[in-house]
Structure formats: C-alpha cells, structure tokens
Design a protein around this ligand. Structure first.
Ligand code: ATR
Length: 279
C-alpha cells in the first residue's frame, strides 16, 4: 500500500523536495507520495498531531521549524541534538524520531568533491554561523578534520558554534575581516550564508583574491547554480561546487531512513537540475 511522506515548513513554494522524492518513487515503481504541508509557526504543534493521527510515515522539516519541532518529537538522534536542529522525522513503531541528514549529507558531498575518504590533514574555513552552518560545522568537526575555523559577521555566534564543535576538533572563531587576512591558510572554504543567493547575486561572502592554489570552494547555495563567489573562485583555479549535491544527499539519506532503500542519487540530481534549468 502507498505510504504518505511530506515536508513541513513555510513558505514551501520553491521547494524541490516534492518533485525530487515523487520522481524517485515513480522511477522505483513505489506507490508512495510526498506532499508539502504548509504550516506556520503557530500551526506546527497541531500539524504534528495530525501527522501522527493520519499515519504519515515520515517527513522533512524546513524553515522555520527545524529547531522548534524538537520538543514535539518522541526521540531525537544524538547528532541532531548536537546540531540543535531536525530536518528529517521517521517512525519507529508509534514513535516519531527526529534526525538531521543535512550534516551527513554535506559531509558526503564534500568528500566526493575532494575525492578523499576523510578530512584528516585539511584546514577548513566555515563562513557563517546560522542554522545551515551548525549542521555543516558539527558534522565536519566529528569527521576527524585537522582544524576548523568558523568566521562570522557576528563573532559571538561563531564562538557559540565553536564551543559545540570543540569536543571533536581544534576549532577557532574569528571575524570575517580576520578570515580575509588569512585565506591562504585554508584547504577548503565553505559558504553557509545566504550571500550570493538569488536575488542577491552580485555579492560575495568573502573576497577570493588571496585563496591558495587548488583550494576547494564549496557554496551551500544552488540557486543560482554558480554564485558570483564560485565563478570568481573557478576563474582563479579553485575546485568549486554548489549546494546541489548536499541537497540531493540530505534527501537521499532521509529516503533511506524512511524506506531502507538506496535511491538513485544521479537521477535525483538530474531531476532537480532539469527543474532549475541547469541542463
Ligand atoms: P541559515 O539557517 O540559512 O543558516 P541564518 O540562521 O539566518 O540562516 O544564518 C544566516 C548566516 O548568514 C549568519 O551567519 C549570518 O551572519 P550573522 O550571524 O552575523 O547574522 C550570515 N549573513 C547573512 N547575511 C549576511 C551579510 N549580509 N553579511 C554577512 N553575513 C551575513
């Protein structure tokens, strides 16, 4: 029998998740359906009760509910607790369990990009200290990275995030200005801020002039597919990647938690790329 999955957030108009999951269900011959559920902040609690009653099998969580949903769930996996946010909910018997596949999704896509199986011996710079940065920084720090620096406009937020990561790795918190002065020290630079995202396409999170040769520049943004920051980096010889593979990977990991089946990541990427006009 077909199972119901979904996405909880607001606004959901531009989300690629329903298309990506429904295409994959169809291609795999599965009778399931993935439905967007628009819920505002004050509707979330009732919405989750309805999910339980209606037997929704699993769902993703997005802005603005990734943090506020935590007390409404029966259990939350340790990594999601450390990240402080849930993006995936699955059922275990009658319980709703919260997980976070953003961090692992990002880590997997970064390892694919570097072509290595770990980040040992890598100095990583994370730009930003908001919700997206938390998932990225916690997962990277748990992966055996050599050292990580978090740079943010508001340095106090970078300091708070480094405190969460410090049990696992050597982590520093600095200002964007200081990061700019030490750019050649990093092997991997990751933009987790929204600077450069459509329609703010003429701005960059940090100048690329002083990055070291062969640096990996990873932007979590995938709309546009290549931000100005990535274009400038590519022209300087950096290895660059947008946020599409993280998006696909976090969705694929959620799919696996719900169904215990590996979806086809290449096909999921094609589906989203076609929709974004990249191909
Ligand atoms: P998300 O969940 O997408 O990460 P967020 O939690 O609002 O969104 O975090 C946005 C991040 O982008 C923050 O690190 C923010 O810096 P502050 O903590 O100083 O606010 C950063 N950011 C957004 N716009 C910025 C700008 N114009 N200049 C510098 N940093 C910016």
């Amino acid at each position: 029998m077909g199972k119901l999955f979904g996405l909880v957030g607001h606004p959901l108009g531009h989300s690629m998740s329903p298309l990506m999951h429904n295409t994959e269900f169809r291609e795999l011959g599965l009778p399931h359906h993935y439905q967007p559920f628009e819920l505002k902040e004050d509707e979330l609690e009732e919405g989750i009760k309805a999910m339980r009653l209606l037997g929704v099998e699993g769902f993703n969580v997005t802005i603005p509910h990734k943090v506020s949903i935590i007390p409404m769930l029966d259990e939350v996996e340790q990594e999601a607790m450390e990240i402080g946010a849930v993006n995936t909910v699955y059922r275990k018997e009658n319980l709703l369990i919260g997980a976070n596949t953003d961090g692992q999704g990002y880590l997997q896509s970064l390892l694919k990009l570097t072509g290595e199986d770990s980040l040992v011996n890598k100095n990583v710079l994370v730009i930003g200290a908001g919700g997206a940065a938390r998932a990225v920084a916690v997962s990277i720090s748990r992966s055996g990275v050599s050292s990580m620096t978090i740079a943010n406009r508001t340095v106090e937020k970078a300091e708070k995030l480094s405190d969460v990561c410090r049990p696992y790795a050597e982590v520093d918190a600095i200002s964007l200005e200081l990061a700019n002065l030490s750019l050649e020290a990093y092997d991997i630079i990751i933009n987790t801020t929204s600077i450069g995202m459509s329609p703010d396409i003429n701005n960059v999170p940090i100048p690329v002039q002083d990055v070291k040769e062969g640096v990996v520049m990873s932007d979590l943004i995938y709309n546009p597919l290549e931000t100005l920051w990535l274009t400038e980096g590519r022209e300087k010889g950096a290895i660059t990647a947008n946020g599409l593979s993280m998006f696909v990977e976090q969705g694929a990991l959620a799919f696996e938690k719900w169904l215990g089946i590996k979806p086809d990541r290449s096909r999921m990427t094609e589906t989203v790329l076609n929709k974004l006009g990249g191909k």
